[in-house]
Design a protein around this ligand. Structure first.
Ligand code: SAH
Ligand code: SF4
Length: 351
């Protein structure tokens, strides 16, 4: 006996495999898929598109979380200014460059410099840092330092930064306004278009499991990601931090996050999609499952452990694992699923 719901789902998947656009009404049922054959078919389709479009190589990006000081007060984040319990740090410029050297020596080609929105790191300071890292290591520099003026973005670009990560977080303007007091989604989207115009490879993305978010909101996130034609997409579960107003909100669901990631691969084809640290935090197998459902990037954390323990955006980030052990495990895992570590710059190949 034929099942009309299953038939329409598999026709949606077949069209998605071919690269046909999907509507919001077609995406929502994919995100709603329960455990079972159809959900596995979604993950396999995303895996097939990943292989066809970006290959079997997994690109590594070494992250340095150089300051946990933040002037913003996002309700979801442990670094929010109102969290007075957090011990704040800034890493000295020389130590950041030293850490970048470790990244290069580990054979990783890209450094991601991430921080809270820390006024101490004014434009010229960040420019000096970028130029120093470029001169000393030749690494490709990705910034993830939040919302700045177009003039700042231009200065960073001229100093040698090539990529920028700024997640849109949620496509719902109302939810965005509630979760990020004093800011509006449109400003973030303007930042993203300014970055694109300056010639950055741009990364955006969302969190899955925010309070008040629905499958429709997530479908809109996916359509926004597609419309922005970003080069990278960070998709991770929300994880509650005890010192925030969202302490009692449950964490985002592992499989829902994987479904969002898989649909993102189907819709955006050639983007770089990391298996995020947050996925690895909510489930031991989270990262590996993501690599089998469309992801092709991993971001090992090179922040020196004395600081890393205080970069508590959410709790449970691996505090003790040192980065060489992490890389060894990763290499084993990657080998087991028949993939290899990518070399070279790992920029996006646009069609
Ligand atoms: N300050 C910069 C970069 C640091 S925050 C910025 O906000 O863009 C980096 C990312 O951490 C954010 O984009 C957000 O998606 C994620 N994040 C923050 N709090 C989180 C939480 N509780 N759970 C999961 N991810 C979180
Ligand atoms: Fe600051 Fe970014 Fe955290 Fe918001 S998400 S409080 S901007 S570090």
């Amino acid at each position: 006996m034929s099942d009309p719901v299953a038939e329409s789902l598999s026709s949606v998947l077949l069209r998605a495999l071919d690269g046909s656009p999907l509507t919001r009404e077609e995406i929502v049922p994919l995100l709603a898929l329960p455990e079972g054959e159809a959900r596995e078919a979604l993950f396999s389709a995303a895996d097939a598109v990943r292989r066809q479009e970006v290959g079997d190589e997994i690109y590594l990006r070494g992250i340095i979380e150089f300051s946990n000081v933040c002037a913003r007060d996002c309700l979801y984040c442990g670094l929010r200014g109102s969290n007075l319990r957090l011990q704040r740090y800034r890493i000295a410029e020389s130590e950041i460059i030293e850490t970048a050297r470790l990244i290069r020596n580990a054979g990783v080609g890209t450094v991601v410099l991430q921080s809270g929105e820390d006024p101490f790191f004014a434009t010229d300071r960040i420019c000096r840092l970028i130029a120093g890292i470029r001169a000393e290591t030749g690494l490709t520099v990705t910034l993830s330092v939040g919302e700045r003026s177009p003039a700042d973005y231009r200065a960073f670009r001229e100093a040698g930064a090539e990529r920028y990560l700024l997640k849109h977080e949620t496509s719902s303007p109302a939810l965005y306004r509630r979760l990020r007091p004093g800011s509006v989604l449109n400003d973030r989207l303007h930042c993203l278009s300014a970055l694109g115009e300056l010639g950055y490879e741009v990364g955006t993305g969302n969190m899955v499991g925010l309070p008040g978010q629905t499958l429709e909101t997530l479908a809109d996130d996916l359509l926004l990601m597609q419309e922005m034609n970003a080069d990278m997409l960070g998709i991770g579960p929300f994880i509650p931090h005890p010192e925030t107003p969202l302490a009692q909100t449950p964490a985002g669901d592992l499989y829902l996050t994987l479904k969002v990631l898989a649909v993102a691969r189907l819709l955006t084809r050639t983007t770089h999609i990391p298996a995020t640290t947050a996925l690895g935090t909510i489930a031991p197998q989270g990262r590996l499952l993501a690599l089998k459902a469309g992801a092709n990037v991993v971001m090992p954390d090179f922040t020196p452990p004395i600081y890393r323990q205080h970069y508590e955006i959410y709790p449970g980030r691996s505090k003790t694992v040192n980065v060489s052990d992490f890389l060894r495990h990763l290499q084993d895992d990657i080998g087991r699923i028949g993939r290899t570590i990518g070399h070279g710059k790992g920029g996006r190949k646009r069609k």
